[in-house]
Design a binder for this molecule. Structure first.
Ligand SMILES: O=P(O)(O)OC[C@H]1O[C@H](O[C@H]2O[C@H](CO)[C@@H](O)[C@H](O)[C@H]2O)[C@H](O)[C@@H](O)[C@@H]1O
Length: 271
């Protein structure tokens, strides 16, 4: 059968699935976790994927070349939510951690920063108002104001001061600011590496840090016009229009992502 011609952006959903079904053996799907596979909750520890997600991802992984979750969460957290998945690759802490052959592999340049992150966590808990949730992630510290939105300016100011004091990187997100070691690693770099020899790739994201992943798909297309990249935004009012504007398609929620993938899987399997 002749290969479906590569459509130009903007894409229709039907075009995107048609090209993907043709190239399934050469396709990788990447997913962010929070807000994409899991609905947003006040307590980050309470987050769970949509019930059907593990089954859908495992089936997808059996039908395409590769499926990976690329998250700001630690790999240990992702493993706790996806223990049953055997075929899905996991990148944690923006790619500073990778789940590889049954163990967590950490970027060596980041390891010396663990004590500084632990100290910063203690300092944040002592200095910030109690309503700020301080999440220690071994190689980063996330400062959440979801349950106290009026504290956003206080937390952002404190975060920027600490980043300057310690020479850390700072990453904004959904009602959160995160402090990270000054190590060059982000979701865009994970995707750039991950699509190097792919013919087609999808990335599903909902937050500012995901725009770099969308950009990595675009950059790959620019050097190889035959490559087919699909950026999918999961819309939310917190990140405004920036994520949707950077995407090819927009879905409204993690439930909608699950239904969308179920439909896509049917199309791939029917090919
Ligand atoms: O890259 P991701 O997997 O999307 O992780 C981004 C951040 O997700 C978590 O925070 C966000 O989700 C929480 C639970 O729904 C929510 O309470 C919070 O307001 C959101 O910012 C996680 O806790 C962070 O560490 C991640 O950076």
């Amino acid at each position: 059968m002749a290969e479906t011609p590569r459509p130009t952006h903007p894409l229709s959903v039907a075009e995107a699935w048609s090209v993907t079904a043709d190239r399934a053996a050469d396709t990788t799907f990447f997913f962010d976790f929070d807000g994409v596979l899991s609905p947003v909750t006040d307590d980050p520890e309470a987050s769970q994927p949509v019930a059907a997600v593990p089954g859908v991802l495992e089936q997808l992984a059996a039908s395409v070349r590769r499926v990976a979750i690329v998250s700001a969460r630690p790999v240990s957290f992702l493993r706790s939510r996806f223990a049953s998945l055997e075929r899905v690759d996991l990148y944690g802490l923006y790619g500073l951690e990778v789940w590889h052959e049954g163990e967590v592999v950490t970027e060596p340049a980041a390891l010396p920063w663990i004590p500084a992150m632990a100290d910063l966590t203690e300092r944040a808990r002592a200095e910030l108002p109690d309503a700020v949730l301080v999440e220690f992630k071994r190689l980063s510290v996330a400062l959440h104001w979801r349950t106290a939105p009026q504290l956003a300016p206080v937390v952002e100011r404190w975060g920027h001061e600490q980043a300057e004091r310690l020479g850390l990187k700072i990453q904004g997100g959904r009602m959160v600011v995160e402090l990270k070691p000054p190590v060059d690693q982000d979701k865009g770099m994970v995707i750039t590496e991950g699509v190097r020899d792919a013919g087609c790739a999808w990335y599903f994201g909902d937050d500012m840090s995901d725009i770099k992943a969308f950009d990595a798909l675009r950059a790959r297309e620019a050097v190889d016009p035959a490559f087919f990249g699909v950026a999918v935004a999961v819309a939310n009012p917190e990140t405004g229009a920036d994520v949707s504007n950077a995407a090819d398609l927009t879905l409204e929620s993690p439930d909608a992502v699950t239904a969308f993938l179920t439909d896509g899987l049917r199309r791939i399997q029917a090919q």
